[in-house]
Write a protein that binds this ligand. Structure first.
Ligand SMILES: O=C(O)CCC(=O)C(=O)O
Ligand SMILES: [Fe+2]
Length: 219
């Protein structure tokens, strides 16, 4: 299951992120890819330094303050974040992300789009599944969160420039099916609260959700 999130960053934050990314120095993205992904990775990434530290802090803060992200991902930590740039002719062919990053399990991957979608051609994030391909290209400040277990690629950019922040989340809940149950219950509880207020039935559902999280969370 993948989730697209709107309004993760306020317009001023998007502007600040774009400015920081624009002023940064970039290096060949192959440095951070595993041995197989390196074969198909053609992009550039921001080098270590104060700018990327600021970018990471801004994005971490925005994501952790987004109720839908927290409910969907049950994040324990954001294990890695990179800023990547694709200019004309660049792409990231089909690959799977590393299961462990810095010794921490990666459960979910995300992309925060920073470039206006019509300012570049191509550059869709393409998810592969048994049902076929899903193409994702979002507006600046929007985020897609998807299972790190999935094969995916970034389609070739044929003109313009695509800048994005990509990152990985270690979840408190390892199993995607369990995360999905918690996410569904959370959304149902919130909708019931909106409709009927804090009823006895809502309390029972909230109790079950909390007890399932207690069973499944690895803190
Ligand atoms: O830029 C994206 O949307 C995803 C990039 C990616 O797959 C990666 O960096 O591993
Ligand atoms: Fe990837």
């Amino acid at each position: 299951m993948l989730l697209c999130l709107q309004n993760v960053c306020a317009a001023e934050t998007v502007e600040q992120l774009r400015q920081l990314a624009g002023e940064s120095d970039y290096a060949d993205g192959r440095k951070t890819a595993g041995w197989a992904a390196r074969e198909v990775k053609r992009n550039e990434q921001v080098e270590a330094g104060p700018r990327i530290d600021t970018i990471r802090n801004l994005v971490r803060k925005a994501l952790m303050a987004h109720p839908l992200f927290v409910s969907f991902a049950q994040p324990k930590s954001i294990t890695r974040m990179l800023v990547s740039r694709y200019t004309q002719g660049m792409e990231y062919g089909l690959h799977v992300d590393d299961a462990l990053m810095g010794g921490r399990r990666a459960d979910l991957s995300f992309t925060l789009f920073l470039s206006e979608p019509d300012s570049y051609q191509g550059g869709e994030l393409v998810m592969e599944s048994v049902d076929g391909e899903t193409e994702i290209k979002l507006a600046p400040g929007e985020v897609v969160v998807y299972p790190t277990a999935a094969l995916h690629r970034v389609a070739p950019v044929t003109s313009g420039e695509r800048i994005a922040v990509v990152g990985w989340v270690r979840s408190l809940v390892r199993r995607p099916d369990q995360r999905e149950i918690l996410f569904d219950l959370d959304r149902a509880c919130r909708a019931l609260f909106e409709r009927d207020g804090k009823t006895a039935e809502l309390d029972l559902l909230l109790k079950s959700k909390a007890n399932l999280l207690r069973q499944w969370a690895e803190d």
